[in-house]
Design a protein around this ligand. Sequence first.
Ligand code: AMP
Ligand code: TRP
Length: 337
Amino acid sequence: MSNRQRVLSGVQPTGDLHLGNYLGAIRNWVEGQNQYDNFFCVVDLHAITVPYNPATLAADTYKVAALYLACGIDLNYSSIFIQSHVSAHSELTWLLNCITPLNWLQDMVQYKEKAIKQGENVSVGLLDYPVLMSSDILLYQADKVPVGEDQKQHIELTRDIVNSFNHKFAKPNQPVLKLPEPLIRKEGARVMSLTDGTKKMSKSDPSDLSRINLLDSPDEIAKKIKRCKTDPVRGLEFDNPERPESNNLLNLYMLLSGKTKQEVAVECQDMGWGTFKPLLTETTINALKPIQEKYKAVTEEKGYLESVLREGKQKAEAIANQTLLQVKAAMGYSAPL
Ligand code: AMP
Ligand code: TRP
């Protein structure tokens, strides 16, 4: 057993991964991974909380796992697995459901936003989504959960569940579940849409022009940046609330080029959009090229991804099943025969 702190995170296999997922989440997993013992799952049980296509679920799940490797997840430090392959996630969700007050879930911002979009067809699963996410985290007794800003509320809920569980079922000073902490980097935590600088870049936006996907071709990237929303002002600047597009695109340029905020602010302060857009295009294409090449290599090697996921599942399951046993014992269940 290593004595490093443990990290757990995941992304849903719904739609293509975009720059928001990469800059807000996966890039941070990669950068921090050598300090921690990491578990990264593809959360395919979360993917069915909204209408989805069963014909593509399995392939989409594999695609996200391959993208984790393509983005630089290193198996020396990290395990990659598929959430639905470890049945403890579903089982712990049921147990935690029974100690989670309904109104905690009804208060979740993401639930309210998604529920409005779906009108009458909201499933119990959509409401329960944060409890499943709590189970993902708690099964691994994770210390840190690296995510984008939008997931902070779900981690706070997880902490409330831990406190409530330990209070009800654990002996004083012998907690059964560990309190996790969110790991949210300021830069990249909220990448905005290319077509509206006040909205989050999202997989569920009906317009593909609103996001740059990690596997977009150079032509697609050029087209999207050419058409992206700008404003009539000459010269780009950070942090002007009246110029959300300028701030967002400068942030993208900063993160993808690796330059500092100060360098970018000076470089672009007098630039017109006609000069800036080709610069951002080239920078984006260059930043995504190594990811796309690695993705190709990973998916072309027959059997490789399966072997990574099989090993990941074994490591994950050993830990998850142990936590599940501890939770059930604390809740008063008899030991399995
Ligand atoms: P999801 O696409 O909802 O499965 O999100 C996967 C991860 O990407 C989570 O950690 C999110 O917080 C992060 N994420 C999604 N969209 C954005 C965005 N526009 N900006 C920053 N992070 C994001
Ligand atoms: N809810 C997260 C999102 O949409 C994905 C997720 C599911 C997750 N389980 C998790 C993230 C556990 C971190 C830890 O972004």
